[in-house]
Design a protein around this ligand. Sequence first.
Ligand code: AKG
Length: 169
Amino acid sequence: MALLLNPLMDPASTIWQSETFQLFGKRTPVPRRLAWFGDEGVNYRYTRLNHLASGWPEYLLALKVQICERFDLEFNFVLLNRYDHGGQYMGWHRDDEKAAAPVIASLSIGDTRRFCYRQDPDVKAEEINLTSGSLLVFDGRCQHKLAKTAKLVGPRINLTFRYIAQASR
Ligand SMILES: O=C(O)CCC(=O)C(=O)O
């Protein structure tokens, strides 16, 4: 874990961003921090925000290549979410943007957190504890969330490898 976690936290290669999104006319802080990498020029746009990639750090490119080969999938972008404590989370959402391919490979590093997944709000959610080093491949069009917890938990970084189609290519 330390091997991967340290380069990810290295400010030279990873600049953690704090974002806000618009909710009921108010700007609300996103309860976690983010970073992203990907093929030059690939833009993952969601919640009306652009996430434009300008290449891969070497260690992440090697990881991406391994994951693509293992699952016979193509990815050109990775979104990193960093949760410093249990009060940081991601609410129910779907990653169903038109440009984004549905299959996502999600790698967890750091403290264990609970991931919930359901087809629709009226269907009982599946829950899974994502431990450090686990790799979950899932359909981003289904609703999912990273639950908040009152337990004392340390930092966790989640890397979601994605394929984003580029209109201009
Ligand atoms: O941190 C996680 O495991 C959840 C990430 C997630 O839901 C997403 O990136 O869409």
